[in-house]
Design a protein around this ligand. Structure first.
Ligand code: HPA
Ligand code: ZN
Length: 322
Protein backbone atom coordinates (compact mmCIF):
# COMPACT_ATOMS: atom_id res chain seq x y z
CA UNK A 1 0.00 0.00 0.00
CA UNK A 2 0.92 3.65 -0.35
CA UNK A 3 1.72 4.26 3.31
CA UNK A 4 3.92 1.15 3.56
CA UNK A 5 5.83 2.36 0.52
CA UNK A 6 6.32 5.83 2.03
CA UNK A 7 7.39 4.45 5.42
CA UNK A 8 9.96 2.16 3.81
CA UNK A 9 11.47 4.81 1.57
CA UNK A 10 11.50 7.90 3.78
CA UNK A 11 14.87 8.95 5.21
CA UNK A 12 15.12 7.80 8.82
CA UNK A 13 17.36 7.97 11.87
CA UNK A 14 18.00 5.12 14.28
CA UNK A 15 18.80 5.97 17.92
CA UNK A 16 18.52 2.61 19.71
CA UNK A 17 20.47 -0.26 18.17
CA UNK A 18 22.87 -2.51 20.10
CA UNK A 19 25.54 -3.49 17.61
CA UNK A 20 25.96 -6.91 19.29
CA UNK A 21 22.23 -7.38 18.67
CA UNK A 22 22.79 -7.04 14.93
CA UNK A 23 24.89 -10.21 14.83
CA UNK A 24 22.97 -12.61 12.58
CA UNK A 25 23.17 -16.37 13.28
CA UNK A 26 25.06 -16.96 10.02
CA UNK A 27 27.74 -14.45 11.03
CA UNK A 28 27.87 -15.91 14.56
CA UNK A 29 28.70 -19.32 13.05
CA UNK A 30 31.18 -17.88 10.54
CA UNK A 31 33.04 -16.00 13.30
CA UNK A 32 32.94 -19.05 15.62
CA UNK A 33 34.64 -21.05 12.88
CA UNK A 34 37.16 -18.32 12.07
CA UNK A 35 38.09 -17.92 15.76
CA UNK A 36 37.85 -21.53 16.88
CA UNK A 37 35.09 -20.73 19.40
CA UNK A 38 32.86 -23.63 20.44
CA UNK A 39 29.13 -22.75 20.44
CA UNK A 40 26.58 -24.69 22.46
CA UNK A 41 24.26 -24.80 19.41
CA UNK A 42 25.00 -27.36 16.66
CA UNK A 43 23.69 -25.27 13.74
CA UNK A 44 22.36 -21.92 12.55
CA UNK A 45 18.85 -23.38 12.65
CA UNK A 46 19.29 -24.67 16.21
CA UNK A 47 20.53 -21.25 17.31
CA UNK A 48 17.62 -19.49 15.62
CA UNK A 49 15.21 -21.95 17.24
CA UNK A 50 16.50 -20.80 20.64
CA UNK A 51 15.24 -17.26 19.91
CA UNK A 52 11.99 -17.84 21.80
CA UNK A 53 12.14 -15.30 24.59
CA UNK A 54 9.86 -14.88 27.59
CA UNK A 55 11.37 -11.70 29.05
CA UNK A 56 14.46 -9.48 28.89
CA UNK A 57 16.75 -11.87 30.81
CA UNK A 58 15.92 -14.88 28.61
CA UNK A 59 17.02 -12.76 25.64
CA UNK A 60 20.16 -11.40 27.31
CA UNK A 61 21.43 -14.92 28.08
CA UNK A 62 21.42 -15.80 24.36
CA UNK A 63 22.63 -12.34 23.28
CA UNK A 64 25.76 -12.69 25.45
CA UNK A 65 26.33 -16.24 24.15
CA UNK A 66 26.18 -14.92 20.56
CA UNK A 67 28.63 -12.11 21.34
CA UNK A 68 31.19 -14.64 22.61
CA UNK A 69 32.43 -15.23 19.04
CA UNK A 70 33.72 -11.63 18.78
CA UNK A 71 37.47 -11.66 19.46
CA UNK A 72 39.39 -9.64 16.87
CA UNK A 73 39.15 -6.04 15.68
CA UNK A 74 38.09 -7.37 12.27
CA UNK A 75 35.15 -9.23 13.86
CA UNK A 76 33.81 -5.94 15.24
CA UNK A 77 34.37 -4.36 11.83
CA UNK A 78 32.51 -7.12 9.98
CA UNK A 79 29.55 -7.05 12.39
CA UNK A 80 29.23 -3.26 12.13
CA UNK A 81 29.66 -3.18 8.35
CA UNK A 82 26.86 -5.74 7.99
CA UNK A 83 24.53 -3.66 10.17
CA UNK A 84 25.30 -0.44 8.29
CA UNK A 85 24.56 -2.13 4.94
CA UNK A 86 21.15 -3.26 6.27
CA UNK A 87 20.48 0.18 7.72
CA UNK A 88 21.30 1.79 4.39
CA UNK A 89 18.87 -0.53 2.60
CA UNK A 90 16.17 0.71 5.03
CA UNK A 91 16.97 4.34 4.16
CA UNK A 92 18.62 5.04 7.50
CA UNK A 93 20.63 8.24 7.04
CA UNK A 94 21.92 8.59 10.60
CA UNK A 95 22.41 6.02 13.36
CA UNK A 96 23.68 6.27 16.95
CA UNK A 97 25.05 2.81 17.73
CA UNK A 98 25.25 1.30 21.23
CA UNK A 99 28.11 -1.03 22.07
CA UNK A 100 28.80 -3.01 25.26
CA UNK A 101 32.58 -3.04 25.88
CA UNK A 102 32.31 -5.03 29.13
CA UNK A 103 30.83 -7.99 27.24
CA UNK A 104 34.17 -8.21 25.41
CA UNK A 105 36.79 -6.94 27.86
CA UNK A 106 35.55 -9.56 30.36
CA UNK A 107 36.67 -12.19 27.79
CA UNK A 108 40.10 -10.56 27.41
CA UNK A 109 39.40 -8.53 24.25
CA UNK A 110 41.26 -5.18 24.40
CA UNK A 111 38.80 -2.27 24.50
CA UNK A 112 40.75 -0.58 21.72
CA UNK A 113 40.03 -3.49 19.37
CA UNK A 114 36.30 -3.21 20.15
CA UNK A 115 36.15 0.55 19.59
CA UNK A 116 38.50 0.67 16.60
CA UNK A 117 36.74 -2.15 14.75
CA UNK A 118 33.30 -0.61 15.16
CA UNK A 119 34.59 2.89 14.44
CA UNK A 120 36.46 1.85 11.29
CA UNK A 121 33.29 0.32 9.82
CA UNK A 122 31.40 3.55 10.59
CA UNK A 123 34.12 5.62 8.90
CA UNK A 124 33.93 3.37 5.80
CA UNK A 125 30.13 3.72 5.51
CA UNK A 126 28.20 6.47 3.79
CA UNK A 127 25.55 6.26 6.53
CA UNK A 128 26.21 8.89 9.22
CA UNK A 129 27.06 6.86 12.33
CA UNK A 130 28.17 7.75 15.86
CA UNK A 131 28.82 5.53 18.90
CA UNK A 132 27.41 5.37 22.44
CA UNK A 133 29.31 3.28 25.00
CA UNK A 134 26.89 1.37 27.25
CA UNK A 135 27.54 0.13 30.77
CA UNK A 136 26.09 -3.24 31.80
CA UNK A 137 23.85 -2.50 34.76
CA UNK A 138 24.08 -6.03 36.22
CA UNK A 139 27.79 -5.32 36.88
CA UNK A 140 29.14 -2.96 39.56
CA UNK A 141 29.56 0.79 39.25
CA UNK A 142 33.29 0.26 39.89
CA UNK A 143 33.47 -1.91 36.75
CA UNK A 144 31.64 0.81 34.80
CA UNK A 145 34.03 3.49 36.10
CA UNK A 146 37.05 1.39 35.11
CA UNK A 147 35.52 0.81 31.66
CA UNK A 148 35.02 4.53 31.11
CA UNK A 149 38.61 5.28 32.13
CA UNK A 150 39.91 2.51 29.84
CA UNK A 151 37.94 4.04 26.95
CA UNK A 152 39.35 7.55 27.42
CA UNK A 153 42.26 7.07 24.96
CA UNK A 154 39.44 6.64 22.38
CA UNK A 155 37.35 9.56 23.71
CA UNK A 156 36.93 11.10 20.23
CA UNK A 157 35.43 7.87 18.85
CA UNK A 158 32.20 7.92 20.90
CA UNK A 159 29.74 10.71 21.64
CA UNK A 160 27.96 9.44 24.73
CA UNK A 161 27.29 6.76 27.31
CA UNK A 162 24.24 4.62 28.02
CA UNK A 163 23.00 1.97 30.42
CA UNK A 164 21.67 -1.43 29.35
CA UNK A 165 21.27 -5.13 30.35
CA UNK A 166 19.07 -6.46 33.21
CA UNK A 167 16.92 -3.54 34.36
CA UNK A 168 14.87 -4.69 37.36
CA UNK A 169 16.97 -4.60 40.56
CA UNK A 170 19.59 -2.35 38.96
CA UNK A 171 18.13 1.18 39.13
CA UNK A 172 19.81 4.14 37.43
CA UNK A 173 21.01 5.59 40.75
CA UNK A 174 23.41 2.62 41.06
CA UNK A 175 25.44 4.48 38.37
CA UNK A 176 25.37 8.03 39.76
CA UNK A 177 29.14 8.53 39.91
CA UNK A 178 30.01 7.11 36.49
CA UNK A 179 27.33 9.22 34.80
CA UNK A 180 28.58 12.31 36.69
CA UNK A 181 32.07 11.56 35.38
CA UNK A 182 30.78 11.09 31.81
CA UNK A 183 28.93 14.40 32.13
CA UNK A 184 32.14 16.18 33.19
CA UNK A 185 33.78 14.74 30.08
CA UNK A 186 31.13 16.37 27.90
CA UNK A 187 29.60 13.07 26.80
CA UNK A 188 25.92 12.74 25.90
CA UNK A 189 23.89 10.67 28.37
CA UNK A 190 21.10 8.12 27.78
CA UNK A 191 19.78 5.15 29.77
CA UNK A 192 17.39 2.26 29.30
CA UNK A 193 14.52 2.84 31.73
CA UNK A 194 10.88 1.83 31.89
CA UNK A 195 11.19 -1.20 29.59
CA UNK A 196 10.63 -3.80 32.33
CA UNK A 197 11.42 -1.45 35.21
CA UNK A 198 8.93 0.92 36.85
CA UNK A 199 8.37 4.65 36.16
CA UNK A 200 10.55 5.42 39.20
CA UNK A 201 13.55 4.30 37.14
CA UNK A 202 12.67 6.91 34.49
CA UNK A 203 12.48 9.60 37.19
CA UNK A 204 15.93 8.68 38.53
CA UNK A 205 17.44 8.41 35.05
CA UNK A 206 16.32 12.03 34.53
CA UNK A 207 16.95 13.52 37.97
CA UNK A 208 19.96 11.51 39.20
CA UNK A 209 21.78 10.61 35.97
CA UNK A 210 20.61 13.68 33.95
CA UNK A 211 20.03 11.69 30.77
CA UNK A 212 18.91 13.46 27.59
CA UNK A 213 16.82 10.59 26.15
CA UNK A 214 15.10 7.56 27.64
CA UNK A 215 15.64 4.21 25.91
CA UNK A 216 12.32 2.36 25.74
CA UNK A 217 10.45 4.32 28.46
CA UNK A 218 7.11 2.77 27.49
CA UNK A 219 6.09 2.29 31.15
CA UNK A 220 6.03 6.09 31.65
CA UNK A 221 2.29 6.03 30.96
CA UNK A 222 1.74 4.46 34.39
CA UNK A 223 2.66 7.87 35.86
CA UNK A 224 0.68 10.87 34.56
CA UNK A 225 2.99 13.44 36.17
CA UNK A 226 6.02 11.80 34.58
CA UNK A 227 4.31 11.61 31.19
CA UNK A 228 3.53 15.35 31.31
CA UNK A 229 7.11 16.12 32.28
CA UNK A 230 8.59 14.06 29.42
CA UNK A 231 6.28 15.90 27.01
CA UNK A 232 6.97 19.37 28.43
CA UNK A 233 10.74 18.86 28.37
CA UNK A 234 10.69 17.08 24.99
CA UNK A 235 12.66 14.13 26.38
CA UNK A 236 12.61 11.62 23.52
CA UNK A 237 11.71 7.96 24.01
CA UNK A 238 13.57 5.48 21.79
CA UNK A 239 10.79 2.93 21.43
CA UNK A 240 11.55 -0.53 19.96
CA UNK A 241 8.25 -2.11 18.87
CA UNK A 242 9.37 -5.60 17.75
CA UNK A 243 11.61 -5.90 20.83
CA UNK A 244 8.65 -5.08 23.07
CA UNK A 245 6.59 -7.87 21.50
CA UNK A 246 9.39 -10.48 21.51
CA UNK A 247 10.26 -9.72 25.15
CA UNK A 248 6.56 -9.66 26.07
CA UNK A 249 6.37 -6.08 27.28
CA UNK A 250 3.10 -6.11 25.25
CA UNK A 251 1.26 -9.27 24.17
CA UNK A 252 0.52 -8.12 20.65
CA UNK A 253 1.49 -5.15 18.47
CA UNK A 254 -2.16 -4.04 18.45
CA UNK A 255 -1.76 -3.53 22.22
CA UNK A 256 1.43 -1.48 21.94
CA UNK A 257 1.14 1.97 23.50
CA UNK A 258 3.12 3.85 20.82
CA UNK A 259 0.11 5.79 19.52
CA UNK A 260 -0.98 6.64 23.08
CA UNK A 261 2.53 7.97 23.72
CA UNK A 262 2.35 10.13 20.59
CA UNK A 263 -1.13 11.37 21.55
CA UNK A 264 0.25 12.33 24.99
CA UNK A 265 2.59 14.72 23.17
CA UNK A 266 5.77 12.70 23.65
CA UNK A 267 8.75 12.74 21.28
CA UNK A 268 8.49 9.09 20.18
CA UNK A 269 11.02 7.45 17.88
CA UNK A 270 10.99 3.96 16.33
CA UNK A 271 14.10 1.78 16.56
CA UNK A 272 15.20 -1.84 16.12
CA UNK A 273 17.06 -2.54 19.44
CA UNK A 274 18.53 -5.97 18.53
CA UNK A 275 17.41 -6.57 14.95
CA UNK A 276 19.04 -9.99 14.47
CA UNK A 277 17.15 -11.33 17.50
CA UNK A 278 13.78 -9.58 17.32
CA UNK A 279 12.77 -10.22 13.73
CA UNK A 280 13.70 -7.12 11.87
CA UNK A 281 15.68 -4.00 11.10
CA UNK A 282 14.27 -0.49 11.15
CA UNK A 283 11.81 -0.80 8.27
CA UNK A 284 10.35 -4.00 9.72
CA UNK A 285 9.80 -2.15 12.99
CA UNK A 286 8.03 0.71 11.24
CA UNK A 287 5.93 -1.64 9.09
CA UNK A 288 4.90 -3.94 11.95
CA UNK A 289 3.81 -0.87 13.92
CA UNK A 290 1.91 0.71 11.04
CA UNK A 291 0.26 -2.65 10.18
CA UNK A 292 -1.17 -3.05 13.71
CA UNK A 293 -1.94 0.47 14.94
CA UNK A 294 -4.18 3.15 13.40
CA UNK A 295 -1.30 5.36 12.28
CA UNK A 296 -1.41 7.62 9.24
CA UNK A 297 0.90 9.59 7.01
CA UNK A 298 1.20 12.44 9.53
CA UNK A 299 2.41 9.95 12.12
CA UNK A 300 4.96 8.53 9.69
CA UNK A 301 6.43 11.95 9.07
CA UNK A 302 6.33 12.86 12.76
CA UNK A 303 8.12 9.64 13.78
CA UNK A 304 10.84 10.07 11.16
CA UNK A 305 11.31 13.74 12.03
CA UNK A 306 11.52 12.89 15.75
CA UNK A 307 14.40 10.51 15.02
CA UNK A 308 16.51 13.29 13.56
CA UNK A 309 15.33 15.93 16.06
CA UNK A 310 16.20 13.72 19.04
CA UNK A 311 19.60 12.75 17.61
CA UNK A 312 22.86 14.12 18.95
CA UNK A 313 23.83 15.52 15.56
CA UNK A 314 25.18 19.08 15.70
CA UNK A 315 22.40 21.62 15.00
CA UNK A 316 23.51 22.49 11.47
CA UNK A 317 23.70 18.80 10.39
CA UNK A 318 20.37 18.05 12.08
CA UNK A 319 18.74 20.92 10.23
CA UNK A 320 19.54 19.30 6.89
CA UNK A 321 17.37 16.30 7.79
CA UNK A 322 14.39 18.19 9.28
N1 HPA B 1 17.26 -3.88 27.18
C1 HPA B 1 18.30 -3.94 28.00
N2 HPA B 1 19.51 -4.34 27.61
C2 HPA B 1 19.68 -4.67 26.33
C3 HPA B 1 18.64 -4.61 25.43
C4 HPA B 1 17.37 -4.18 25.87
O1 HPA B 1 16.36 -4.10 25.14
N3 HPA B 1 19.16 -5.00 24.24
C5 HPA B 1 20.47 -5.27 24.43
N4 HPA B 1 20.81 -5.07 25.71
ZN1 ZN C 1 18.06 -1.67 24.05
Amino acid sequence: TQIRHIVQNMPKAELHIHIEGSLEPELIFALAQRNGVQLSYPSVDALRAAYAFTDLQSFLDIYYAGASVLLKEQDFYDMTAAYLARAKADHVRHTEIFFDPQTHTSRGVPIGDVINGIHRACADSDVSATLILCFLRHLSEEDALATLEAALPYRDRFIGVGLDSSEVGHPPEKFTRVFARARELGLHLVAHAGEEGPPEYIWSALDVLHVERIDHGVRCLEDAVLTRRLAAEKIALTVCPLSNIKLRVFDHMSEHNLLTLLDAGLVVTINSDDPAYFGGYLNENYLATFDSLPLGLQHAHELAKNGFAASFLPAEQKQKFL
